[in-house]
Design a protein around this ligand. Structure first.
Ligand code: GSH
Length: 309
């Protein structure tokens, strides 16, 4: 099997979600550290413009967004499953809530001056300013929540999560771990990183215990890889066969046509290429890159918009 190459950085919650899924599924991986702010020339050489973190590379296939990355890991290692049958739909829906609503509530809560050094490391005032400017540009006109609102909302969400763990349930949806646990976990992991503000968890002992249980999955073995090696791997690989996916066309766009695909919420950088997968829950485009060679860039259908060029 080709190496699983994760392009990520240490203090990225969505990266922690994937690192922990590697631990859960006992998949060894290669680790490429990427910059947390733009420019990211080696990332965009692979993705064609998508700048969010993390990105999973398997040879010349580039997978954007952790919802799709989870599906890819499930295809590679079906057991233990992220989608246990009785709760599969519920798990995906709860995960979607956590990755959007819970995540942005935690972000609005933790980015208070007292916690910033814990989240971003020891940066100069200028570097903190540059980080703020990068994220402001990335988020564009997306709505912002005040710290007061975020604090109140977060307490409500933590209460609900704590309730879900009542009666000694080990995981959010019962006896089996599911994708919902990983999507909620990465938000809690970031909350704990914001040490001076993490006391908000003290009222919710079942959530705290569950965080400890989740952390035990660890990250499996990883080995450092340079961005140059990752690009060389892409250039020397052939993308996987796309014809395995039945085409579901809801846009009036045929396979082979040129399209652009971008997120619907923030970091609205379009990726252009030839449509090669238009499946149930996945789009992919083939593109040529001077540094990355011929690559196929994959996106989940949910949370992304596709347009014919
Ligand atoms: N829905 C995306 C969200 C990814 C996301 O927002 N990641 C954050 C970092 S944890 C990000 O991209 N920040 C800006 C950046 O790293 O450039 C996913 O599941 O992968």
């Amino acid at each position: 099997m080709a190496d699983l190459i994760l392009h990520h950085y240490q203090n990225s919650p969505f990266s922690e979600k994937v690192r922990l899924m590697f631990g859960f599924k006992k998949l060894a991986w290669k680790s490429v550290f990427i910059p947390p702010v733009m420019p990211k020339p080696n990332v965009t050489a692979l993705t064609g413009g998508y700048r969010r973190t993390p990105v999973l590379q398997v040879g010349a296939d580039i997978y954007c967004d952790t919802a799709l990355i989870a599906d890819v890991l499930e295809r590679i290692a079906p057991s233990p499953s992220l989608y246990p049958a009785p709760v599969a739909g519920l798990a995906r829906t709860l995960a979607q809530w956590a990755d959007a609503t819970l995540f942005w509530t935690v972000i609005a809560y933790v980015f208070q001056p007292v916690a910033i050094p814990y989240l971003l490391g020891p940066l100069t005032a200028e570097q903190v300013k540059a980080f703020g400017a990068d994220r402001a540009a990335m988020r564009g006109n997306a709505a912002r929540m005040s710290v007061q609102e975020a604090t109140g909302n977060l307490r409500v969400y933590l209460r609900r999560l704590d309730d879900m763990l009542a009666d000694g349930k080990p995981y959010l949806l019962g006896e089996a771990t599911s994708i919902a646990d990983f999507s909620v976990y990465h938000c809690m992991w970031f909350l704990q990183l914001a040490q001076p503000l993490a006391g908000i968890l003290d009222e919710f002992p079942r959530v705290k215990e569950w965080i400890g249980r989740m952390a035990e999955f660890g990250h499996c073995q990883s080995e450092k890889m340079s961005a140059e090696q990752a690009l060389e791997t892409a250039r020397n690989s052939t993308p996987a066969e796309a014809s395995d996916f039945p085409c579901i066309d809801t846009h009036g766009v045929a396979l082979g046509e040129r399209v652009s695909i971008m997120p619907t919420d923030y970091a609205l950088d379009p990726v252009e290429g030839e449509l090669v997968i238009s499946a149930d829950n996945e789009f992919a485009v083939r593109r040529e890159d001077p540094k990355g060679g011929s690559v196929v860039v994959h996106f989940p259908r949910l949370g992304f918009q596709m347009k014919k060029i």
